[in-house]
Ligand binder design. Structure first.
Ligand code: ASC
Length: 128
């Protein structure tokens, strides 16, 4: 358990930073901003699938107060937030499988769905 709300905030923000780094690199490869490397891509996808399971633990009660962009609505609509986080995890897992198989069409579709999971939550639950 976290000692302070700030520890929980730091935990989830750290996970999101790692997710953004790995997901962003995949996006750069798909958009042709850097050379596509199937092995690196698969590793990134595997990382995001694993990392997607981490942030939720950091959204403990009372941690809407502090240095955070998380909106209080997360805690008033926690069941919906949890469900959306689960959908993100599922999409990330599908992306990791697609990446391990290397089918570019399947990868792009799964990447798009995972990105929608990110954005869908940010639009509702993150300060802009
Ligand atoms: C990213 C990132 C996000 C998502 C989102 C997808 O690379 O940092 O928050 O993708 O923009 O729509």
């Amino acid at each position: 358990n976290f000692k302070e709300a700030e520890d929980a905030i730091h935990y989830r923000q750290s996970a999101f930073s790692l997710i953004a780094y790995n997901f962003g690199d995949m996006g750069a490869m798909l958009k042709g901003k850097k050379e596509y490397n199937a092995d690196v891509f698969a590793k990134r996808a595997e990382n995001v699938a694993a990392l997607s399971k981490l942030p939720l633990e950091g959204f403990v009660a009372g941690s809407e107060k502090g240095d955070t962009e998380a909106l209080a609505k997360i805690w008033s609509d926690k069941a919906d937030f949890d469900a959306k986080m689960k959908t993100f995890q599922e999409n990330a897992a599908i992306l990791a499988v697609a990446a391990s198989k290397g089918d570019k069409k399947e990868i792009k579709k799964a990447f798009g769905n995972t990105g929608k999971s990110c954005k869908g939550c940010h639009d509702i639950y993150k300060k802009d």
